[in-house]
Write a protein of this length. Structure first.
Lengths: 85, 163
């Protein structure tokens, strides 16, 4: 399940992240802001994640760190998916 | 560059207030490609608008053509990001909707802060934010100058030269 989520996150990053590097090649703990993730791209990234996983990021999770790495995103998505079941 | 409807913030308080002692100033600047906003609007529509812009901002941006609207949204996003940079939060993001570009009847624009953004500004002693926005050539830019409270003289003598 975790791999499925991670692969989806990488695919969404490729489409919406506007990164300077290939999201497929990023380590899970690589800093996405260092890889070129902008504030606006993080908004569309969040919207795409919500759409893909049928979740909504609550205000309390809107920290810069929440989208700082693939691992951080997976943790947040996992928490929200878990909360919805 | 073309000014967005003549939008420029004005210093609301008197120079006398500013000259009563050294004041902290911080600046935020942001530039964004209008195409990014066009793509977000096409892909996510009102879900995107509702998560980033206030009803006041959305109403103004939607009042023109789609192309004009994208430029207006872009300038406003740049203004929000420039404000965040001027406020310099440490860990949290502020909700984008707590930073609002208010267009006044004169056509001039000013910033209004709510909730967490307002609390952050108060914490920083910021009493005025001046805004200017512009767009041209597929880019929108915004600059925000934040005027803060009295500067406390630093302990280090070298630093005091720069106050």
């Amino acid at each position: 399940m975790s791999d499925v989520i991670t692969n989806s996150i990488r695919a969404i990053l490729r489409e919406h992240g506007r990164l300077a590097v290939d999201a497929s090649a990023l380590a899970e703990d690589s800093n996405l802001y260092d890889a070129g993730l902008t504030s606006h791209a993080s908004v569309t990234l969040m919207l795409a994640l919500e759409e893909r996983f049928d979740i909504e990021f609550p205000e309390r999770m809107l920290r810069r760190g929440a989208f700082a790495s693939i691992a951080a995103i997976r943790s947040g998505v996992g928490e929200l998916i878990g909360a919805g079941t | 560059m073309t000014n967005v409807g003549g939008c420029a913030g004005a210093i609301a308080q008197s120079f006398e207030t500013q000259l009563s002692g050294p004041r902290a100033i911080s600046v935020g600047l942001d530039v964004i490609q209008v195409g990014e906003i066009t793509a977000a609007l096409a892909r996510f529509g009102e879900r995107y608008v509702g998560r980033v812009y206030t009803p006041h901002e959305a109403a103004y941006c939607h009042a023109g053509s789609a192309a004009v609207g994208a430029r207006r949204f872009a300038a406003r996003f740049a203004a929000k990001e420039a404000t965040v940079k001027a406020l310099a939060p440490t860990t949290r993001w502020t909700d984008w909707r707590t930073i609002e570009v208010r267009r006044q009847s004169s056509g001039a624009c000013a910033l209004a802060l709510y909730g967490e953004a307002a609390a952050l500004a108060a914490e920083r002693g910021i009493w005025h934010l001046a805004l200017t926005m512009s767009h041209d050539g597929g880019l929108a830019v915004a600059c925000v100058v934040a005027l803060g409270g009295p500067i406390v003289a630093p302990a280090h003598p070298l630093e005091s030269r720069h106050v």
